[in-house]
Design a protein around this ligand. Structure first.
Ligand code: SF4
Length: 279
C-alpha cells in the first residue's frame, strides 16, 4: 500500500502544479475500483491543503443494471469522505441513452465509439460547472498502455501524444490528469480491498470492444513473458512526449458548429455520435 501511495504522489506531483494556489480538482467517479481508489488517494493526499478543493461527479450513460449500482457506490464513498458529488446523464444532455443507442441497431462501430465522445463531453461540462482546474480520471497502467498501443496500431502519432495527462489549457476544455497511470490494474484492485474502499465490481455489458480486448491480451502476454513491459511502454511514451511539440495538448482547436465546444472537426464527435447533425 505504501508503494502504491508513493508512486501515486510522485505521478500527482508530475501532473499537477502543486505550487499553484486555490486548485479545484473534479474527479470523474464511475463507482468502479479505479476511480474510487483515485478519489480516496486524492482525498488522503490533499485534504489537509486548505487551498485545494476536491469535488466528484458521475456520468450516467443510461446502461440498465450496470450504471445505477456504480452511482450508488460513488455517492456512498463521497458521503464517507465528505466530498460533494453530482450526476449528469446522457438523457438530459444528449437526449438519448446507451441502451437506446445499442437497441436501435444503427451502430457504426462499437458501442464504446458512441459512448466515449459523449462521456468525455459530459465530463468536461461537469468540470466546467464545478469551475475545476483539472479533471482527474481513474486510468490505471493497463488502461493507459492499451490506449497507447491502440494509437500505435492505428498509426495515430498525434492522438497518442495528445492523450491525457494534459499540461496545456485550451479555452472550454478542462485539462485531464491521470495520477494512477503508473499503477497496475491488479495493484489498484488490491489496494481497494486492503484499504476497504467502497467500489462496485459491475462490468459494462457493451464493453466487448474487439480491438481493445485483442490489445489487452497481447500486452498481458508480453508482460507475462517479460515482467515490466507495461512500465517500459509507459516510459517510452513519456520520453516521446518530452521531445514533442504537441505532447499533452488537446487535439481540438476549432469550434463545433452545433454545440460551440472546442472540436477538431466541423461537428464534434459528441454531437456526431448523439445524431445531432441529423436534426
Ligand atoms: S465500456 Fe464502452 S459502452 Fe460501456 S461505459 Fe465504457 S465506453 Fe461506455
Amino acid at each position: 500500500m505504501e508503494s502504491i501511495e508513493r508512486r501515486f504522489r510522485h505521478e500527482l506531483r508530475r501532473e499537477l502544479n502543486m505550487g499553484r494556489k486555490n486548485i479545484t480538482i473534479a474527479v470523474a467517479i464511475s463507482g468502479g475500483k479505479d476511480s474510487s481508489v483515485l478519489l480516496y488517494l486524492l482525498h488522503r493526499t490533499l485534504s489537509k491543503r486548505k487551498d485545494v478543493k476536491i469535488v466528484a461527479f458521475t456520468v450516467d450513460e443510461g446502461i440498465k443494471g450496470y450504471r445505477p449500482p456504480g452511482i450508488q457506490s460513488a455517492i456512498r464513498l463521497c458521503e464517507k469522505l465528505g466530498i460533494e458529488h453530482r450526476t449528469m446523464s446522457f438523457a438530459e444532455i444528449h437526449g438519448t441513452e446507451m441502451d437506446i443507442v445499442v437497441k436501435s441497431g444503427n451502430l457504426e462501430g462499437s458501442p464504446c465509439a458512441y459512448c466515449g465522445p459523449m462521456r468525455r463531453d459530459l465530463m468536461n461540462r461537469m468540470s466546467i460547472d464545478f469551475e475545476a482546474d483539472y479533471v482527474a480520471l481513474g486510468i490505471n497502467l493497463d488502461d493507459h498502455v492499451q490506449s497507447i498501443m491502440m494509437n500505435v496500431l492505428r498509426g495515430d502519432y498525434e492522438k497518442m501524444l495528445r492523450m491525457a495527462p494534459h499540461d496545456h489549457v485550451v479555452d472550454g476544455l478542462v485539462p485531464r490528469i491521470t495520477p494512477l497511470r503508473k499503477i497496475y490494474e491488479k495493484e489498484v484492485k488490491l489496494y481497494a480491498i486492503l484499504a476497504g474502499i467502497e467500489h462496485d465490481d459491475g462490468w459494462c455489458p457493451y464493453s466487448a470492444e474487439a480491438r481493445r480486448n485483442r490489445v489487452r491480451d497481447l500486452v498481458n502476454g508480453l508482460e507475462e513473458e517479460t515482467p515490466g513491459t507495461k512500465i517500459a511502454i509507459e516510459g517510452f511514451f513519456d520520453k516521446l512526449r518530452e521531445n514533442s511539440q504537441v505532447a499533452g495538448k488537446f487535439l481540438e482547436t476549432g469550434k463545433c458548429e452545433i454545440c460551440g465546444k472546442p472540436s477538431s472537426g466541423k461537428v464534434c464527435q459528441s454531437c456526431l455520435r448523439a445524431g445531432k447533425n441529423n436534426r
